[in-house]
Write a protein that binds this ligand. Structure first.
Ligand SMILES: Cc1cc2nc3c(=O)[nH]c(=O)nc-3n(C[C@H](O)[C@H](O)[C@H](O)COP(=O)(O)OP(=O)(O)OC[C@H]3O[C@@H](n4cnc5c(N)ncnc54)[C@H](O)[C@@H]3O)c2cc1C
Length: 455
């Protein structure tokens, strides 16, 4: 065996597995294989000047590399079982929260000290929301911000680099069960270990499917969330974001009874492109540093689509809708809420006339040509509902970027140790379909590391 433990993927799941193994069993030989670059080499070529849109790099610096999809994220670590994944169904609610709090302590130790922990505890907004048929979910959220999140990752890497062997720009091609362990194949080389932790995130979802097929691991997949990213002047939501930072609000539509929710709120933030397997969708982030903040707040409005038999390809459905916006707009489409309601496309002139400056250079267009009616109706209803707790949300100039798709990895069959039916083969983080967030993915990494250390 070359190593005691091989970890595939250096996102939060992989990093926290490595960190906890080093804490508990410094004698173990641990290796991390990462398809993307080392942190300091991660740079998206879009500069808004010479390169305005995604050029489809071989390894996307936003999604891949040390830090994973979270490296340039807003660094919002939500400490809650109410959203962000279903880790608690495997390890119990208390254990899941304890692990998320432990991850928070480590983030503070490695550079996050001084950042704010927001909480919905005792907030008056819960009442205000319920009075308007909106539901505010409970959570504590540590907001590191994109800048501090990066510093924490830098510090964690400095700590780990001489204790763990890192292989960057090294996608793992396959995982094979061998006698007493696992063999992974990379271009030209094979490595063996007794334990293997797979933590390949959303970007590794297709690869994960092939591994599950080859190793006969049962999977299920039936959900995708589709919607838009809303951008409006920061003062419209300031009363909520100043107190809670992020408010996860759920609304049940009158028309269809569908649930629409706010997701990934970025006060004074920026809207960004996201490239998932060559499809351009939209996302958002914000900085802790006031110098880098904008005058706008952005958040997603998502409608969950659950499919039943015989349809299985929920992510394929989401991709097809995103492809439509890419086809019409060459990437992400932006539309003023007023134009959408009037049934006309937004044009560059109409966007320029608006009282808000978009933070993303997207193509003005018509989202009603992209989003299915049921989803669009739900989003419009939710915007009017939000307008009651944050007047100004339904203003003419509110910008809607589309499409935002939240892909869910197929859920992989694992037990309470996050171990697959193959002994010592663990599947964690977003790649397992069990987590969808920084805190849950990190917590799943700590959980498997402790289990391996105990064994
Ligand atoms: C722009 C953006 C903003 C976000 N903001 C937030 C936020 O504020 N709060 C929040 O909770 N969540 C946020 N998220 C989601 C969050 O980043 C993820 O939930 C989290 O990173 C999942 O961690 P992970 O370790 O499971 O996977 P990932 O972070 O996706 O890491 C997986 C890693 O595995 C590597 N990999 C994939 N396949 C292979 C292979 N075959 N061989 C080797 N390596 C491989 C990838 O390159 C990647 O680096 C955001 C995501 C994006 C894209």
């Amino acid at each position: 065996m070359n190593f005691d433990v091989i970890i595939i993927g250096a996102g939060p799941g992989g990093i926290f597995s490595a960190y906890e193994l080093v804490q508990r069993r410094p004698d173990l030989k641990v290796a991390v294989f990462e398809a993307g670059h080392a942190l300091h080499k991660r740079k998206c070529p879009i500069d808004g000047d010479k390169i305005k849109t995604c050029i489809g790099c071989k390894s996307c610096s936003i999604m891949n590399g040390f830090g994973g999809a979270g490296a340039f994220s807003d660094g919002k670590y939500n400490i809650t079982n109410d959203f962000g994944g279903t880790l608690y169904e495997y390890i119990g609610k208390k254990q899941a929260l304890d692990l998320m709090r432990y991850v928070d302590e480590i983030n503070l130790k490695y550079g996050g000290e001084g950042t704010k922990l927001y909480s919905t505890n005792g907030t008056r907004f819960k009442t205000l929301c319920i009075q308007n048929d909106l539901h505010l979910l409970d959570a504590s959220v540590r907001h590191l911000g994109t800048d501090i999140n990066y510093i924490v990752l830098e510090n964690l890497y400095v700590y780990l680099q001489d204790k763990v062997t890192f292989f960057f720009d090294t996608p793992v091609l396959s995982v094979k069960a061998v006698e007493d362990g696992y063999e992974i194949l990379c271009e030209g080389n094979a490595y063996q270990s007794k334990h293997c932790i797979i933590s390949v995130g959303r970007s590794g979802s297709k690869w994960m499917e092939s591994v599950c097929r080859e190793l006969d691991i049962h999977t299920k997949s039936n959900r995708v969330d589709i919607g838009v990213r809303v951008e409006l002047p920061a003062n419209v939501f300031a009363h909520l974001t100043d107190e809670l930072y992020e408010s996860k609000i759920v609304y049940r539509t009158e028309k269809y009874g569908d649930k629409v929710r706010t997701f990934c709120m970025n006060p004074k933030g920026a809207v960004v492109n996201e490239n998932t397997n060559g499809i351009i969708t939209v996302n958002g982030h914000s900085y802790e540093d006031p110098a880098k903040q904008t005058e706008n707040t952005n958040f997603a409005l998502l409608v969950a689509q659950h499919f039943s038999e015989p349809f299985k390809d929920s992510n394929g459905y989401g991709e097809s809708i995103a492809r439509l916006s890419n086809m019409l707009g060459g990437g992400v489409i932006v539309q003023r809420f007023g134009d959408l309601i009037r049934g006309r496309r937004s044009t560059t002139a109409r966007i320029n006339e608006a009282f808000i400056t978009p933070t993303l250079n997207a193509t003005p267009g018509d989202l009603s040509l992209v989003l299915p009616k049921r989803i669009l109706d739900g989003i419009i209803e939710m915007i009017y509902a939000l307008d009651k707790v944050a007047p100004g949300t339904a203003n003419e100039d509110t910008l809607l970027y589309g499409v935002e798709v939240k892909f869910y990895n197929m859920e992989v069959e694992v037990d309470e140790n996050l171990e697959s039916k193959h002994k010592n083969l663990y599947i964690i983080g977003d790649g397992s379909g069990i987590t969808h967030s920084l805190s849950h993915a990190s917590a799943s990494g700590v959980h498997v590391a402790r289990n391996i250390a105990a064994r």
